[in-house]
Design a binder for this molecule. Structure first.
Ligand code: NAD
Length: 336
């Protein structure tokens, strides 16, 4: 059993680079300054949001740990973990009790759900919790189809609750540094090639399981379109590779590759050619002192407290849905 505040031992992540597990209780001034503007607790101070975590794998365990030890002075402190849902009979995890889906849906002191299961069950859980009028934070990707994502946003709007899709890869220091480097430059052409271990069952087609990389490209270069896509597979070797040809709004070519096989190192290679500069490496940046999931928790809770502007929410929703549309088009062109 883990004492409150004790570090949680977690198996290495399969989806993001190690910095996501960096210190979660240290406070970075820069982080706090940035978030104090958007995440200051604007609701009544006594307000607590009861939350449940669905799926106790790597992400689910981190969610519980972070809610038990939130970043001080932020809206995340107003989240209180009431229980978790698992297919296994676990009784308790980090001193938090197990509950059934039915109990979580009906309890009035459960206001929010964190969906941390495999990708192919996200949609069903998100829909159930939204239907019950609960706020939802779902690990990316929210669904495995564009239309389902549109329907879920509509449902959240109808119910007047927050629907938040986690995107911790946009919060890494490496990415923030890359974004600074790219800002103001004119792209001529580019590529992003991701390699990683074999995908576990239930994580969906590569364009969806790797949607974080697509989000990078859209966040860096704006709206994109898909001109071609291919998919290669060697089931005997457990090898899969997706290659998507994308076009920026000013007709610059971008190639996005996702390649997976057991034993492949987790790497992202870039080659961005700008007018007067070629970026062949993601600029290294020291990892931040606040864990990535904790940053995401602060963002979600600041949405609950009304600390994020409607314009920002709208921008985020547009970006997310655009990425789903692209992922689906890539899947179609790959004949999957
Ligand atoms: P995981 O395989 O470690 O955990 C998934 C857990 O969900 C398992 O424990 C499984 O038993 C449980 N589960 C599945 N179906 C369930 C059900 N019907 N009811 C209750 N529990 C159920 O996977 P993970 O790495 O934690 O990833 C989970 C999600 O988080 C994925 O969507 C992934 O894309 C996302 N994510 C993970 C990371 C990471 O670093 N691990 C980072 C970002 C996003």
């Amino acid at each position: 059993m883990l004492a409150r505040g004790a570090p949680l031992k977690i198996t290495p992540p399969t989806h993001v680079e190690p910095p996501y597990l960096t210190a979660t209780t240290g406070i970075s001034d820069k982080f706090n300054r940035r978030f104090s503007e958007t995440a200051a607790i604007t609701g009544p101070l006594s307000r607590m949001w009861g939350a449940v975590v669905v799926g106790i794998g790597t992400a689910g365990a981190v969610r519980i740990r972070d809610m038990l030890n939130p970043l001080p002075g932020n809206a995340a402190e107003k989240l209180s973990v009431r229980g978790f849902i698992s297919r296994r009979k676990l009784d308790s995890h980090q001193d938090v009790s197990q509950m059934s889906v039915e109990e979580a849906l009906s309890r009035e002191d459960v206001h929010a759900a964190f969906i941390c299961t495999e990708n192919d069950s996200h949609e069903e859980f998100v829909r159930k919790f939204l239907q019950a009028g609960k706020h939802v934070c779902v690990e990316y990707p929210m669904t495995l189809s564009y239309q389902a994502a549109v329907d879920l946003w509509d449902l959240a709007q109808k119910k007047g609750v927050v629907l938040h899709e986690e995107h911790i890869e946009l919060l890494t220091e490496d990415y923030k540094q890359l974004k600074k480097e790219v800002e103001g430059k004119t792209l001529l052409e580019g590529s992003l090639h991701f390699t990683g271990g074999a995908l576990k069952p239930g994580f969906g087609f590569l364009a969806f399981s790797g949607i974080a990389r697509l989000c990078w490209l859209v966040d860096l270069f704006g709206e994109l379109s898909v001109t071609a896509a291919t998919f290669e597979q060697d089931a005997d070797r457990g090898y899969t590779k997706m290659t998507a040809q994308l076009l920026t709004s000013d007709s610059r070519c971008l190639t996005w590759v996702e390649e997976r096989q057991a034993g492949l190192p987790r790497t992202k290679k870039i080659n961005f050619v700008f007018d007067g500069l070629v970026l062949t490496q993601i600029p290294p940046a020291p990892s931040g002192t606040v864990g990535l999931f904790m940053q995401d928790l602060v963002l979600f809770s600041s949405k609950l407290s009304g600390g994020v502007s409607p314009e920002e929410l709208d921008r985020e929703k547009t970006r997310i849905l655009h990425c789903f549309e692209l992922a689906e088009r890539i899947q179609q062109l790959s004949h999957i």
